[in-house]
Design a protein. Sequence first.
Length: 98
Amino acid sequence: MAHRDPPGIIAPHIPADVYRRAEATGQPVVVIVHAGRPLGHYLFPIVIAGAAAMGCWGLVAALCALLDTAAHAVTVIAQTTGPIGVGGVTLKLVRPKH
């Protein structure tokens, strides 16, 4: 979790001796504030997008494996010499040899 300062504290990282010296001499203190977002702010969406992409590729690979298995099953069925019948409907896959 990112560190959050209470409202009203402008620069909690100024050392006390630098602040007191600037206060005593009237010399200005330059405070550099990093205004960028933390890495985690950008990393989370990238991780989610990567996981979604990997899931899609996994789905494509599973579909290819399923179609490959179905093609092999159709090849084995087509190599049979007799007609195939399901529920009274007969289908002859190969022509009779003369």
